[in-house]
Design a protein around this ligand. Sequence first.
Ligand code: ZN
Length: 550
Amino acid sequence: MTDTYTSFRPSALKYRPQKLDDIIGQEVLVKALTNSIQNDRLAPAYVFTGVRGVGKTSTARLLARGLNCLGKDGTSGPTGSPCGVCRPCLDIIQEKSLDVLEVDAASQTGVDDVRQLIENVSYKPVHGRYKIYIIDEVHMLSKSAFNALLKTLEEPPAYAKFFLATTEIDKVPVTILSRSQRFDLKRVSVRRLQEYLGQIVEAEGRVAEAEGLRLIAEAAEGSVRDGLSILDQVFNIAEGDIMRSDVEKMLGYARQQDVIDLMTGAFAGDIQGSLDIFHKLYNEGISILMLTNRMLHCIHRLSTAKAMQAEGGLLETEKKLLEKLSIPSLTRAWQLILKGIEEIRLSPNEADAMEMILIRFCYVSHLPDLIDIATQGLDSDQKKKSFDHPVTVSESNNLQENKSRAAEKYPRDVSQTLNSGEASKENRVSEITMEQLVQYAHENNEVILATHLECSVAFIEGKNLFLKLKKVQSVPQGFERDLQKKMTAWFCAPWVVEWAADDKALSLQESKEQAQKKRLKDYQKSDTFVKIKAAFPEARLTKISERIDP
Ligand SMILES: [Zn+2]
């Protein structure tokens, strides 16, 4: 292909795919179409759907060329890699082919255009093998235009092929879809797009920072065309090598260091400093929502680094900031900004809303951590522990204690069975509690039974091979017979299950709820909670969870 243009040509045109294999990120489509061409099994009509810029019309145009290409020697058959030099190829490239008709339904929705097409269909192709119709944005056709198209699709001449492209497949009538073969083009992954952009940069004889290309690939959201058009603009503004900062400037991104400075100020409660940085960025033209996204991203990075105790990927300035932060303060900042984004969207003035968020952020940074208050008076070691494992309010508790408690709960023979998971004569059990029974059900993967035992029935008595239960809510029919059979098998003894009445009996679930209520009530009176209440008058105690230290 000779390049007749001397002025700037967009990369999307300059690097337009020349064969099916050049279409990036659509491996399934390329393979399927190549096979169909090779085996001469092309359908009369294809629908290509997907977001803009993923290669729908490029695919259609390539197919048009490939089907009509005669090859360099003028004798080749249809191919997925058109030669680009034969008469049909050149005509199609120069858009003067009489055999390939391209319609953009978005600009011509009248029935007349389609009628023109239909009139054309009775004429055989002039130079090529096939008469090809490419209809872009086919969902925009009017109803009558669709009907006209449908009539053609019902009995297409063997030499006619229809390639329909659309971003909104839902708006294409089912009658059309049912007569076409459909391909869904995927968004191109960030990694694949970054790789492709790298190839273009190289072909242009330029050098680019990988991070910069990644930002472009992310901003393109899976569209090759968008990615290339951003790259073109960066080519224009960057002098020499393309740096990450060039891309950031081009995309209206805040520089990473600015974001960290802003966060450092806000976490330190420095209102003036934070607002100054924000004003500077705002005057440089950053998008405010982009800035909040970057702040969230930064908090996420810091939080995962803190939680995983892996600071390897962080910048020095980030590490310094992280030293002063705890997971609770990071979580609080995350929620504050998330809520702020909503406010920015609702606010008539984004910049005002952003200032309010920063002021609130700074103000909240001055408030003590809940954990700090709750652990006042503890020695520094204990305090650090609570700090790193933020759980609302916890009892001192550990696994070892849990284990010994479990041992108390189960009599020796029962816990042996639990551990070995099998029942033998020595494990004959003639006395049992509800907790043990539930545990057995779980051990034997009887999840539904376990749930019913916990929630639907109350335990009255379980000894001398008699289990007496009360129904608290409905249970499946034959529940007691089923349970009896299972217990007899588990415990190697002929257990009998029967219903009985007892006003006071509670299900496990009910007694747990009662116990929790009592603990909440007791805790309201504790010193710790009184301190918390003094610092946060609106605080309410809603739940007490146990902490199990690793
Ligand atoms: Zn050709």
